[in-house]
Design a binder for this molecule. Structure first.
Ligand code: AHR
Length: 500
C-alpha cells in the first residue's frame, strides 16, 4: 500500500502546548504508596521518592502532573495531609475503599514535582468540601506568609510559596459515582464561587472547570454548556476525559479509535465557539484533556479497606500503545483547541510504569508518550493525506494511516507521527513539503510488531519497544518512509535552509 502526505509549513494550527504531555497521579492503589513514594525502599532517596520511577518519568519530560484525584479528591481533605506525618489522621478513602494514611500530602507532592522537574496541577474537592476550603488551599500554597494557612506552610518547613499556577475545580462532578455529584447548575454555581475565592487569593492562577466525564454520559455536552455559560469569565479550561476500550476484542475497530477522539475534540471546539459567540466574548477557553488512556481489562477498583492495594494495574499491549499514539495525534491535530492533556495515570494504576520492590517495568504505552514529547515541537501542521482506507467495523471506512505533524522553526525540523492501523499491510509513504526540501538525513523510529496483544512482562521486558526505522530522501527533497503495519512511525526531517 502507498500513501502521499503533503505538508504546508505556512499552514499551521499554531503552537503545540508542551502541557499536552502531562500526567495524572491519584491517591489510588499503588500509585503514590509503592509507586512514586516508597520510604525505606533501597530504591528510594532520603525523601522516600523512588529514584528509578523518577528517572523513567523524567525521560517522558512531563511538564505538569495532576493530583490528588480523580474520584479520590471528591472526599479528600487536604488538611489531613499536612504537618508532622505522625500527627496526620488515617482515613477511609470513599472512592476506592482503601486506607489512606496521609503520609504523602500537598507538601510532599510539590517537593516531588520539583524534584521531577514538573509543575503541580492541583485539584480541589468540590464534592464534600467547598469553595472556602479550596481557597484556603490556595492560601496555604501560594501566599508568602502572614496568614493562618500560609504561616502553617512555613511552619511545616516550606518557607517559600509553592507557586501552583494550575488548578482543577473538582473532578467528574457529572458522574453519579462521584462524592458530592450534583446537577450541572449546582456544580456551576459552586465552581464559580470557588473560582472567585481562589482567584481572589491569587489572581495569577488558571482554572479548569469539570466537563463531562465521557461521551457516553447522558448529559454529555449539555453539562459542559451549562458550566461554560455560567463560568466563562472565571475559568481558562474545561476538562474532557476518555478511557478507550476494546471489550469486543475487535482490533480493526479499536485501532480506529482516533476517529472518536477527533470527534470529542470537534464537539468541544463547536461548544466553545458557541458559548463564545452567545457571549459575544473575545476570551478563549481551551480544553484540558486531563484524563486519557486505554482502560478496560482490569476493573479491580475495590481496595477492601487495605492500604496500597493492587488496583487497576492494567497490562498494556501493542494495540493499546497505538491507540495512545492516536490520542496524541488527535491532540496535535487540535492544537488550537486542546492545551493540556494528562495521561491517566502514571505509575502502577493504569500506567506506563509498573513497580516491584526490585525495580520497574516499562509498558508499551510509555513509548508513544516519550516519542511525542521528545519530537512534537513548535507548531502543529495540517497534513493532507492521500491514502487507502479500511473497514473498521461499526466505524465504517477509516483511513489506514492516522497522521499528525509538527514543525519547529527554531531547529527547522519537521516531525511526522504516523500510525499504520492495518494489522498486516505495510505502507510506503511519500512526504512532500511544498516549496521546501528535506536534507539528506531524515531519521525514523518505529514501535511495531506482528501481534496486537504483544506486551512486556517482568521476564521479557523488551517485547514492545521502539527500534530504528527506515527513511530516505528522494528526488526534489521528498521523504520516503516505510510505515510498518500495526505500528507507530515517527519521522524526524531537518529541512534545507530552515532553522536558526
Ligand atoms: O483514573 C481512574 C478514575 O477514572 C479517576 O479517579 C476518575 O476521575 C475516572 O473516572
Amino acid at each position: 500500500m502507498r500513501a502521499n502526505i503533503r505538508l504546508d509549513l505556512d499552514h499551521s494550527l499554531g503552537e503545540i502546548d508542551p502541557r499536552l504531555f502531562s500526567g495524572f497521579l491519584e491517591h489510588m492503589g499503588r500509585a503514590v504508596y509503592e509507586g512514586i513514594y516508597d520510604p525505606g525502599s533501597p530504591l528510594s532517596d532520603a525523601n522516600g521518592f523512588r529514584t528509578d520511577v523518577g528517572a523513567a518519568l523524567r525521560t517522558l519530560g512531563m511538564p505538569y502532573v495532576r493530583y490528588p484525584g480523580g474520584n479520590f479528591v471528591s472526599n479528600y481533605d487536604w488538611r489531613d495531609g499536612i504537618g508532622p506525618p505522625e500527627d496526620r489522621p488515617v482515613r477511609p478513602d470513599f472512592a476506592w475503599r482503601s486506607i489512606e494514611p496521609n503520609t504523602f500530602g500537598v507538601d510532599e507532592f510539590v517537593r516531588w514535582c520539583r524534584w521531577l522537574n514538573a509543575e503541580p496541577m492541583m485539584a480541589v474537592n468540590l464534592g464534600t468540601l467547598g469553595p472556602r476550603e479550596a481557597a484556603e488551599l490556595v492560601e496555604y500554597c501560594n501566599l508568602p506568609g502572614g496568614t493562618q494557612w500560609s504561616d502553617a506552610r512555613r511552619q511545616h518547613g516550606n518557607h517559600e510559596p509553592h507557586h501552583i499556577d494550575l488548578w482543577c475545580l473538582g473532578n467528574e462532578m457529572d458522574g453519579p459515582w462521584q462524592a458530592g455529584h450534583c446537577t450541572a447548575e449546582a456544580y456551576a454555581a459552586k465552581a464559580q464561587q470557588a473560582a472567585r475565592l481562589m482567584k481572589g487569593i491569587d489572581p495569577s492562577i488558571e482554572l479548569v472547570a469539570c466537563g463531562s466525564s465521557g461521551r457516553s454520559m447522558p448529559t454529555y455536552l449539555e453539562w459542559d454548556r451549562v458550566v461554560l455559560e455560567a463560568c466563562w469569565e472565571d475559568v481558562e479550561y474545561i476538562s474532557a476525559h476518555r478511557y478507550s476500550r476494546n471489550t469486543e476484542d475487535d482490533s480493526a475497530w479499536f485501532l480506529a479509535e482516533g476517529v472518536e477522539i477527533d470527534r470529542i475534540l470537534d464537539d468541544y471546539a463547536g461548544l466553545i465557539a458557541y458559548v463564545r459567540g452567545v457571549k459575544k466574548s473575545d476570551k478563549r477557553v481551551s480544553v484540558a484533556f486531563d484524563e486519557w488512556n486505554v482502560w478496560y481489562k482490569n476493573r479491580q477498583t475495590d481496595g477492601g479497606w487495605s492500604h496500597a492495594p493492587h488496583l487497576i494495574e492494567e497490562v498494556y499491549n501493542l494495540e493499546d500503545a497505538l491507540v495512545c499514539a492516536q490520542f496524541l495525534n488527535s491532540f496535535l491535530r487540535h492544537a488550537d483547541v486542546v492545551k493540556i492533556a494528562c495521561i491517566a495515570q502514571i505509575v502502577n494504576v493504569i500506567a506506563p510504569i509498573l513497580t516491584s520492590p526490585d525495580g520497574i517495568l516499562i509498558q508499551s504505552i510509555y513509548y508513544p508518550l516519550q516519542l511525542f514529547s521528545q519530537h512534537a515541537r513548535g507548531v502543529s501542521l495540517t497534513p493532507v493525506v492521500d491514502g487507502p482506507t479500511y473497514t473498521a467495523g461499526a466505524r465504517g471506512e477509516v483511513p489506514v494511516v492516522d497522521v499528525s505533524a509538527s514543525y519547529d522553526p527554531a531547529s527547522g525540523v519537521v516531525s511526522l507521527f504516523l500510525v499504520n492501523r492495518s494489522l498486516s499491510q505495510n505502507i510506503d509513504v511519500q512526504v512532500s513539503f511544498g516549496a521546501r526540501r528535506a536534507t539528506p538525513n531524515p531519521t525514523s523510529t518505529v514501535l511495531t510488531g506482528n501481534d496486537p496483544k504483544a506486551h512486556n512482562t517482568w521476564e521479557q521486558p523488551d517485547v514492545v519497544k521502539p527500534a530504528p526505522g527506515s527513511a530516505s530522501v528522494g528526488a526534489e527533497g521528498l521523504v520516503h518512509v516505510r510505515a510498518p503495519s500495526l505500528g507507530l512511525t515517527v519521522v524526524h526531517v531537518p529541512l534545507e535552509g530552515e532553522g536558526k
